[in-house]
Ligand binder design. Sequence first.
Ligand code: FES
Length: 141
Amino acid sequence: MGCAIGRRQFITQGTLLAAAAALAACGVAGSDFGTAPKFSSPTVLKLSDYPSLASVGGVAVLTLVNSPFAIVRTSSATFVTLSRICPHQGSVVTPVSGGFTCPNHGAQFNASGQWVGGQPTSGLHSYTTVYDATAGTLTVS
Ligand code: FES
């Protein structure tokens, strides 16, 4: 009884496992696994709590649903909310001039979260963001 495999077969299987692990580590063949969080209910934010969003192009970094986010003011009346979880392998991207960069493998994203260079991956996950100018609030969902 038991599993009896020869030395040659063992080495072959070991090599395949190592190759699969190496491919996963390099983000090859659809192995992207940075997972953006989901909201169970909309989150309402007071715009005045984020002074950096007072002007167009401003970026605020914050924590929502226990996860790192960024909000970008894209015009006087529009905002984009992005997960800062890198879609490649889950590192936290940081704001840079004109967008975001990932410190892990160098993926680069524009201010709207679209991938623009470095490590190939998908864009940052974005969320519906509704601006109520009268109330001075952003509702993110
Ligand atoms: S985790 Fe690899 S580029 Fe971000």
